[in-house]
Design a protein around this ligand. Sequence first.
Ligand SMILES: Nc1ncnc2c1ncn2[C@@H]1O[C@H](COP(=O)(O)OP(=O)(O)OP(=O)(O)O)[C@@H](O)[C@H]1O
Ligand SMILES: [Mg+2]
Length: 189
Amino acid sequence: MAIISIASTKGGVGKTSLAFSLAKDLRYRYATNDMSVALNKYKNARYYPNKIPLYPDTVYDFGGFENPHANEILRESDIIILPTTNDLNSIMKSLIFIKNFKEKPILVFANMIDTPADAVMIREKIHEHFPNLAFTYLRRTKLLKNALESGMSATELFESNNHTQHLYKQAFAEYSKILNLFASEQTGF
Ligand SMILES: Nc1ncnc2c1ncn2[C@@H]1O[C@H](COP(=O)(O)OP(=O)(O)OP(=O)(O)O)[C@@H](O)[C@H]1O
Ligand SMILES: [Mg+2]
């Protein structure tokens, strides 16, 4: 039972890719204020261009802040997942976002990570300003892209066959850490 929002003021950081897989794996609704391919790939996906309703058991995929209703949902969310990539612009925008929502539980999601050092660098830059923030990462991988394109969640794609289990082993382990925050009842959020 949770309201999970995935948001960032930076485009192209992986919001939709993660939101789709998480929603499908958790059997949650997927709700967005942004046209996205996920809408055609999941029966519980809905597009709300104007007022976006507040539902339980929902993953919200917010494309920017052009919609003031997004802020209302963000304030009501149990957790905000904040995808952040390894560039200063993305990190700076994330820091501003965190400042604006500092009363909320935020999970910083370092995405498209090329080396472990990149993840450490992003974490340190965030923790320099907000030392207690939850942090996780996902390597650069085709797992989420191929999952979305095929209409499968990351778990469904990973579990399809021996080849995918081999190919996506590490990426799936990283993705599972996020999924497991919600799959178990004692989420801590
Ligand atoms: N871990 C990853 N490794 C490599 N590519 C990724 C990863 N996560 C997402 N991508 C790719 O990055 C691109 C942008 O992802 P996505 O559309 O999910 O971002 P977004 O934040 O929703 O973008 P927008 O702001 O346009 O809505 C896509 O091509 C997606 O496949
Ligand atoms: Mg998107």
